[in-house]
Ligand binder design. Structure first.
Ligand code: NAG
Ligand code: NAG
Ligand code: NAG
Ligand code: NAG
Length: 286
């Protein structure tokens, strides 16, 4: 009886040679990007229009109703049409063409925002797209201060953010930030212009605590701290406003004259004692 091992070996060897040949032919898979909702026609390499061919997607045969001669026609492509397409010669099953189809959209105008929560150190800009494109996008941001080009250093996290150091304080020259987004199907851009002060917005106060004052049902004690992101509260003190409302009332009460307690040059927080309007109301929304 013949030993079955050598023939199995040969089949494996032949398969390896075929894969190797395919990998090193001109048929390296390229990525083809197409717009959502368009009709896509693919040619089977250099095959004639009337040649017999078989198309596959993700390794599964495609029904002949999608063919026009040897060409594959995909109408009104959707996201689910993305995938690995290949075309084989009918009789020999030689691979004649392959491509990775990715369906997506060109980018809409990006949303760009700049803010300084650590004035006077600098500011950051962050961006996002109003709707997904389903394909990779590249963003390019340029920051100008008058004629000067400033470096916007990319943050590791989040990825859609970069930060800029103020080189000059109290400048009356405007900043101009342009963001360009590009992908394989198109590009879009947005520009914003602003003054140094217009984008200053501190983070919220931290560790806000409200508690009743013992032995005094008409009073409420509220404590808070400066946001830790604010680098120099002594030179650039923050002003706090407090808004509260007894649950039984509809109207908010405002307290704007809040003083801050300092200990050894460090802000430890603010304390305000509120007078309750009605002894009956024991809960407050802050
Ligand atoms: C096939 O393509 C040709 C030329 O591109 C076109 O004229 C013809 O109408 C198509 N046939 C079908 C059935 O779509
Ligand atoms: C091919 O496979 C990819 C990833 O597995 C899938 O997203 C896509 O929808 C498939 N394409 C088709 C046409 O089945
Ligand atoms: C940029 O996006 C807007 C919508 O956000 C769109 O109307 C416009 O056509 C896009 N521009 C380009 C060049 O694609
Ligand atoms: C970003 O845009 C600027 C100005 O338009 C250009 O000089 C620069 O080469 C672009 N950078 C990249 C990475 O595309």
């Amino acid at each position: 009886m013949a030993n079955p091992v050598p023939s199995a070996c040969c089949v494996v060897f032949a398969a390896v040679v075929m894969v190797y040949a395919q990998k090193h032919s001109q048929l390296d898979t390229h990525v083809q990007y197409e717009r959502l909702g368009t009709d896509v026609t693919m040619q089977c390499g250099a095959m004639d229009w009337d040649a017999a061919v078989t198309w596959t997607v993700n390794g599964t045969d495609i029904d002949e109703s999608h063919l026009n001669g040897s060409r594959l026609v995909l109408r009104n492509v959707e996201l689910t049409h993305s995938g690995q397409y290949a075309c084989y010669e009918g009789s020999s099953w030689h691979l004649k063409y392959q491509t990775y189809l990715k369906v997506g959209t060109s980018p809409k105008e990006p949303v760009l925002m700049c803010r300084s929560n650590n004035y006077p150190k600098g500011f950051y800009c962050s961006w996002h797209l109003p709707s997904p494109t389903y394909i990779p996008n590249a963003f390019n941001i340029t920051v100008m201060h008058g004629p000067r080009d400033l470096v916007c250093e990319k943050d590791a996290f989040p990825k859609n953010r970069c930060h800029i150091r103020y080189l000059q304080l109290f400048s009356t020259v405007k900043y101009k930030v342009t963001l360009t987004v590009t992908n394989a199907l198109g590009r879009n851009a947005t520009t914003i212009t602003f003054d140094e002060f217009a984008i200053v917005k501190p983070d919220p106060p931290e560790n806000v605590v409200a508690k009743p004052v013992s032995n005094n049902p008409r009073r409420l004690e509220v404590r808070w701290q400066n946001p830790s992101s604010w680098p120099d509260p002594e030179s650039f003190p923050l002003k706090f406003f407090l808004r509260y409302r007894p649950l039984i009332l509809d109207q908010w009460q405002h307290v704007s004259d809040l003083s801050i307690a300092f200990t050894e040059g460090q802000v430890v927080g603010g304390v305000v004692v509120l007078y309750r309007h009605k002894p009956a109301a024991s809960s407050y929304l802050l």
